[in-house]
Design a protein around this ligand. Sequence first.
Ligand SMILES: Nc1ncnc2c1ncn2[C@@H]1O[C@H](COP(=O)(O)OP(=O)(O)OP(=O)(O)O)[C@@H](O)[C@H]1O
Ligand SMILES: Nc1nc2c(c(=O)[nH]1)N=C(CO)CN2
Length: 169
Amino acid sequence: MDKAKCAIALGSNLGDSLLILEKTITLLSETPSIDLISHSHWYKTAPIGPPQPDYLNGCAILETCLIPEALLQILLNIEQQFGRIRREKWGPRTLDLDLLLYGDFILETPILQVPHPGMIERAFVLVPLSEIAPNWIHPVAKKTIIELLNKVNCEGVNLYQPRDYNFLN
Ligand SMILES: Nc1ncnc2c1ncn2[C@@H]1O[C@H](COP(=O)(O)OP(=O)(O)OP(=O)(O)O)[C@@H](O)[C@H]1O
Ligand SMILES: Nc1nc2c(c(=O)[nH]1)N=C(CO)CN2
């Protein structure tokens, strides 16, 4: 089977989010069945949903021979490694990994929907994704990531500057 190009979203708003996201990128890059192609900068984003701390969000592009369900399982395992406990829907979490796009596949099963249904309205996904995959055509909306980005309000999505960095300015 040819490798599929996939996009995933990463988010964290509990614990040391920067460290968790950086370690996740390392884990993905070390996973034998996955080639990590690129990842975006991290963005500090206002929470959507119940009141909770700001998130750090970003996106990554992978290539893999894994079928979507197997890739999802790897993502769920990595979430577990960071102590993810599922409580309320859209509640705070140490790590959230969503499979956004799997080539131009469209999948609707009880455990997996691809493209991820929330992605087209989420600036915290589209801003980082537009950095690394601006021209990827969303197979349902039939629009590029940049076109989708132009339709959402990007208020509250800001490039994350690590604190040490700010001391220099
Ligand atoms: N594209 C997808 N990526 C990740 N998980 C998915 C996807 N489609 C369906 N799921 C299912 O959703 C479950 C994850 O739910 P989770 O608690 O992370 O939802 P949420 O992050 O609160 O909401 P949302 O999915 O809207 O961001 C997984 O166990 C998985 O079976
Ligand atoms: N800013 C932001 N808000 C959220 C996020 C997220 O990753 N970033 N994830 C959620 C559940 O998936 C709910 N709300």
